[in-house]
Design a protein around this ligand. Structure first.
Ligand SMILES: Nc1ncnc2c1ncn2[C@@H]1O[C@H](COP(=O)(O)OP(=O)(O)O)[C@@H](O)[C@H]1O
Ligand SMILES: [Mg+2]
Length: 260
């Protein structure tokens, strides 16, 4: 058994006639930030969805600590310690930032949501614990100044911080980020990069799916490049920059007006 790894091996995913993944593999290690890049439509989000239980691969395996987890529903995957963000943030914009972080803790509730609503004693004690935990996460992510603001009033960078905070609150061992830099400005990008680095420093294994190669260079020791659902490169970001095939894809994408 391989301890402490989240791995996809030889994953193939077919949607009708479309082969989204064609034997892709990747391994995410605790305390490291692994990058996953590739052009639009290369299969990044599909691989991500397979790793988080949102899709069951057509063939191939997804393992956590060497145990097969493909086919588990997403909430079971979250309980196993794998959290994710979405390319388009999915938070309830009517709530405050703090309430959105609190939602991340619900899968861990032992007494259940109903017991909590009814105010049963065990549930009340548990709820106090939860609030303490949320406060700690808010302090750690430096969200105090705006944690009471409604999510709809926040910048995209802050919305993404809320998503990461929610994942931390859920005690994730692995955190998978789908294009966290999308739609955020340069200054916020720097803050987000520091946050992601901090997660890895605390032992969380991060998979960073990104379009933005400079963020990958800033954060990752290893990057996997997907093209047409298959891995075409695995190595350091510097190695990827020197790889002719990778550069051709990226230069081609840049020439076509895609922000590679
Ligand atoms: N639910 C789906 N149904 C059909 N085709 C899909 C579905 N999801 C993704 N695809 C297709 O699979 C390929 C890979 O998509 P995706 O994983 O979203 O790529 P990326 O995230 O790298 O842009 C694309 O051709 C896309 O159109
Ligand atoms: Mg995608």
């Amino acid at each position: 058994m391989k301890n402490g790894l989240l791995e996809a091996r030889d994953v193939r995913m077919v949607f009708g006639g479309v082969i989204a993944l064609d034997g892709a593999s990747i391994s995410v290690q605790p305390g490291r930030i692994t990058g996953l890049i590739g052009r639009n439509g290369s299969g990044k989000s599909t691989l991500f969805n397979c790793l988080t239980g949102f899709l069951a691969p057509t063939t191939g395996s997804i393992t956590l600590d060497g145990v097969e987890i493909s086919g588990l529903p997403p909430h079971r995957v979250v309980r196993a310690g794998i959290a994710r963000t979405f390319q388009t943030p999915r938070i309830d914009f009517q709530t405050t930032a703090r309430e959105a972080v609190l939602c991340g803790l619900f899968p861990q509730l032992r007494h259940g949501f109903i017991a909590s609503l009814l105010g049963l004693p065990g549930a009340l004690a548990e709820e106090r614990d939860l609030h303490g935990k949320v406060d700690a996460v808010i302090a750690r992510m430096r969200m105090e100044a705006w944690s009471a603001s409604q999510a709809s009033k926040l910048s995209m960078g802050r919305v993404r911080t809320v998503e990461v905070a929610r994942a931390i609150a859920a005690d994730a061992r692995f955190l998978l980020l789908d294009e966290p830099a999308a739609g955020i400005g340069k200054d916020e990008l720097k803050v987000l990069a520091e946050e992601i680095r901090g997660l890895a420093d605390r032992g969380i294994g991060v998979l960073l799916v990104e379009h933005n190669f400079s963020l990958i260079r800033m954060l990752c020791e290893e990057v996997t490049v997907l093209d047409a659902g298959a891995v075409i490169f695995r190595g350091t970001p510097e190695g990827a920059r020197r790889d002719e095939r990778v550069m051709q894809l990226y230069l081609g994408a840049a020439a076509a007006g895609e922000a590679a």
